[in-house]
Structure formats: structure tokens, C-alpha cells
Design a protein around this ligand. Structure first.
Ligand SMILES: *Cc1c(COP(=O)(O)O)cnc(C)c1O
Length: 477
């Protein structure tokens, strides 16, 4: 028997109603986890797409609506922000969330945020306390500053410093330091926002002390130095040493503000890297306010740290903007725990970014070889370079060993490095690698060893090799 579509009859009628979809046991099973309204909303979206297909091509997709809904639910209800495995070898990867936190910082967040805390409460006195008190002493002890305050991030610390200390006055900065930090954050724009007036001196590659001195007027509030953290000018270059700027500022009654970015508290030269200016050095050299990021080389949570002389820090604390950019309790807890490692002298062991910087080359090579074995004929361990990233130590590299993968000619990957990288990103959690010369490179330096099994299992699955035996299995046989 053939079916005839009567005039007025239509494929629309064959579509189930939202209620009927929700009555399906497999769809109903989504409701406890995701809520009735969200599942019903997804059902309406899918039904809308089916109706549109009918309108455009005269027929609904062949796939039953329920199946389409279940497939979509698998991605639609996944949290947007998820853990990923960073196999790029870029340690402070801004797109991947910069610094992973130390165990102690995570514990501190858990302790403070799972209940109430004395965030702004003086327990001994039983009265209102100060949220900045929790970090003040630690910052001063480690850095040797008179005072310190933590805010939302370094960008807001700079905005706050300029707003509180330089509004309607002039700020002198070298033309070589009128930089864009990233994401459109440009020093001249921040300056404008703060109400301070920018006075540019010197040239892109050379600025002398006399350039600063000649620009000082009775309207000048400060000299600002911005560390060119994400690029390097090489060749015929002259920057005025910070100590000379400090002396000039002191003589002329100005403030010296030093925006460092990275927030290195350890000497990067001890790790075979170029020197990155250290926060303590800037304070010692006489800067009145030093600004640093919490989640670059400091290895803590996203934060902006301002340390220096008591008076300007106090002025920053009291400025109305301070309230708008203040750090929250989880940040304060994590930052305090991170800073404690510097006090105790175990930062290199406990703080992930330093652990990665200091990683033993032989251990990295052994892991890269194991990953390569998981790839069978498609993987080989080769020497390569890791980078610091996050606008710290541009051009500086750390020797490493990576697993270099040649894209298999499988149906999914078809010999394409892009397709191979996409297959790695399709894993749960996604594995992010880099592509160099049509090969996909995976660097163990930035992967926590506890995630090696996931990397190895994913590589085996993609390359069609037998899973590796657990490390150490068969030893002694
Ligand atoms: C990274 C950086 C900033 C911005 O810091 P965030 O913590 O990302 O806001 C500001 N100044 C310098 C010199 C930087 O390197």
C-alpha cells in the first residue's frame, strides 16, 4: 500500500510534541541532572530545526528526533569551562588559564570558601577587620616592601595606581614602553582611563635619564616604567636603569611606578634563563609602587599585586576604584598559600610553574619516549624547546624532549596534522598540542605526570596501537 499525502497533510504532523519527547524514558533521564526547562528548551530547539528542514527541503531529517536530542544533549549540557591537558610546552599559557595552582593553594581555597571565613572580621576583637590584612604581612616579609595590596589582576592594579596617584597630572614614560600587554590592553589607553596625562619621552629603542629629567614639570606626578614583558628589543637599545629613575624621582619629589607583569620572586638565571626583573629588586632599587601579576611567574591565582612604600599603597587602598577591583576571598586564600612557599623556600618543589621550569630533562625525555611508544610507528621522541609564555621571558627557551607525531593516514585523520590535533582535542579532557612542520608535538613539561595515562591512552586509541603496560610493570621480569 502506498501512502498518499493528502492536501493539507504534512510531514510536520509526524514530528512529536515537546511533551511526547519528554515522556521518552531516555529524554526523561536527562531531567534530574539538567532540569525540566533546559531539556524542554533543547527539545524545542531541535524541533525548530526539523521544522525548518521541512520548510526548506520538504522533509524532516531521517534521524529520529529523540536521537538528535540525545546527541545534542551530550554537548549542550557539558560545562563550558573544563580542564584541558596542556601539551604545548608553553608554561604560562594565557589561553589555557596561565598558572596551575599549588596543592596548598587549592586546599586553602577549599578551607576558606566551603564555609565562612574571617575575610573582613577581626576574630580576636570580635569586630570588623580588613580584607587586605591577610596578605599585607606576607607580602612585606617576602618582598621587603613597606606595604602591599592585592587586587583583581595586574591590569587593574595599574589602573588603580594611576587613578589614585596620578589623576589629572602627568606621567612620564619611555616611548619604548608604550606597549600592548595583550588582549588590546595598551598602556596609553589605561593611562587615559585613569585620568592621568601621558608624557612620552625618548625613542622606541633608546631612552636616557636626561630624557626623563627634561620632561619633568610642576604637573608631573610620576615616572612609569613598564617592563616589556612580551617582546624583546635587541640591538641598539638603551633603557634607563631603574635605580637611576628612582634617584631622579626622589630628587624631584615624584613617584616611581614599576609595572613588572611577570612577578618573578625567584631568580630565573638559576634555571638557565635570561634575567627577569624580580619584584624584590624593584623595591630595593627604590620604586615607590611595584606592580605584578599573581598568575604569571609568581605561579598563583589571577591577581594584581601592588607593593612598595606605605603612603602610595595606602592611597591606592582608599581610592573608590579599589572596591571595584578588589580581590575575592578565594584569590586571597590562594595567593597567601602560594606566597608561603616562597617564605619557606620550597617554591620550586611546590609551585607548578617553577616545577615545570625546573623539570629534570632526563625525566622529560623518558616520558616523551613512552608517549612515542604509545604512538607506534607514528611517534618519535625528538629534542625541542619549551617556552615560558604569558608575556614572560620572550624568546627564552628551555630544552625539552617532545613526542613528535606523524599524522596517521587513517580515515579520520587522513595524514593531516590539523586533523590529528583536532582528534587530540576531542579527547576528554582535551589534549592541546602544537603543530610544527606537519607534525604534532606533545611536550611533557607542561603535562602533570598524573595525566600521562590519559595522554598515552589517547595516543594509542588514535594510532590504533595496543595500550602500553603501566609504567614499571614487567620490571624485574
Ligand atoms: C601581563 C602584564 C600586565 C597585565 O597583567 P594581568 O594580570 O594579565 O592583568 C600588565 N603589565 C605587564 C608589564 C604585564 O606583563
Amino acid at each position: 500500500m502506498t501512502t498518499h499525502q493528502a492536501p493539507g497533510d504534512s510531514p510536520y504532523r509526524d514530528l512529536p510534541s515537546v511533551d511526547r519527547l519528554l515522556a521518552d524514558a531516555r529524554v526523561a533521564a536527562l531531567v534530574p541532572d539538567h532540569g525540566h526547562d533546559a531539556v524542554a528548551g533543547l527539545a524545542r530547539t531541535i524541533l525548530g530545526e526539523y521544522r525548518q528542514a521541512i520548510a526548506e527541503v520538504g522533509a524532516a531529517p531521517a534521524e529520529p528526533v529523540v536521537d538528535a536530542l540525545l546527541t545534542r544533549a551530550a554537548t549542550a549540557f557539558r560545562p563550558s569551562l573544563v580542564r584541558v591537558v596542556n601539551a604545548t610546552g608553553v608554561i604560562i599559557h594565557t589561553n589555557l588559564g596561565r598558572a596551575p595552582l599549588a596543592r596548598s593553594a587549592l586546599d586553602a581555597i577549599q578551607r576558606v570558601a566551603s564555609g565562612y571565613s574571617n575575610l573582613e572580621y577581626d576574630v580576636a576583637a570580635g569586630e570588623r577587620g580588613s580584607r587586605t590584612s591577610h596578605l599585607d604581612a606576607t607580602l612585606c616579609r617576602i618582598i621587603g616592601a613597606e606595604a602591599g595590596v592585592a587586587v583583581n589582576n595586574n591590569a587593574s592594579a595599574l589602573l588603580l595606581a594611576l587613578s589614585a596617584l596620578c589623576r589629572d597630572r602627568e606621567v612620564i614614560i619611555s616611548r619604548g614602553q608604550l606597549v600592548e600587554i595583550g588582549g588590546g590592553f595598551r598602556i596609553p589607553d589605561v593611562m587615559r582611563q585613569s585620568g592621568a596625562h601621558l608624557v612620552e619621552v625618548g625613542t622606541t629603542n633608546r631612552t636616557y635619564l636626561r630624557d626623563y629629567a627634561e620632561a619633568i614639570t610642576d604637573r608631573t606626578a610620576a615616572i612609569l616604567r613598564v617592563h616589556s614583558s612580551n617582546f624583546r628589543v635587541v640591538g641598539f637599545v638603551e633603557e634607563t636603569p631603574l635605580a637611576s629613575l628612582a634617584e631622579l624621582a626622589r630628587e624631584r619629589g615624584l613617584l616611581l611606578i614599576d609595572d613588572l607583569g611577570s612577578g618573578a620572586l625567584l631568580d630565573t638565571r638559576d634555571f638557565g634563563l635570561a634575567a627577569e626583573p624580580m619584584v624584590q629588586e624593584s623595591v630595593r632599587a627604590g620604586a615607590d609602587v611595584v606592580l605584578a601579576s599573581g598568575d604569571k611567574l609568581l605561579g598563583g591565582p589571577q591577581a594584581g599585586i601592588a607593593v612598595g612604600k606605605a603612603a602610595p599603597i595606602e592611597a591606592m587602598r582608599r581610592h573608590p576604584l579599589a572596591r571595584a577591583v578588589r580581590a575575592d576571598k578565594t584569590t586571597i586564600a590562594a595567593l597567601a598559600a602560594t606566597l608561603d612557599h616562597y617564605s619557606r623556600g620550597d617554591a620550586v618543589e611546590a609551585i607548578p610553574v617553577w616545577r615545570m621550569i625546573a623539570a629534570d630533562p632526563e625525566t622529560l625525555a623518558r616520558r616523551a619516549r613512552r608517549w612515542s611508544r604509545a604512538c607506534g610507528p607514528y611517534g618519535v621522541a625528538v629534542e625541542a624547546q619549551s617556552t615560558i609564555g604569558g608575556g614572560s621571558l620572550p624568546g627564552e627557551e628551555l630544552p625539552t624532549t617532545v613526542c613528535a607525531m606523524t599524522p596517521p593516514h587513517s580515515p579520520v585523520i587522513g595524514g593531516s596534522a590539523d586533523a590529528l590535533a583536532a582528534a587530540l582535542r576531542a579527547a576528554t579532557p582535551p589534549i592541546v598540542a602544537r603543530i610544527v612542520d606537519d607534525r604534532v608535538l606533545l611536550d611533557p613539561r607542561t603535562v602533570d605526570p598524573s595525566e600521562d595515562w590519559h595522554v598515552e591512552a589517547t595516543l594509542s586509541a588514535i594510532c590504533g596501537t595496543a595500550p602500553l603496560e603501566p609504567e614499571g610493570a614487567g620490571a624485574g621480569r
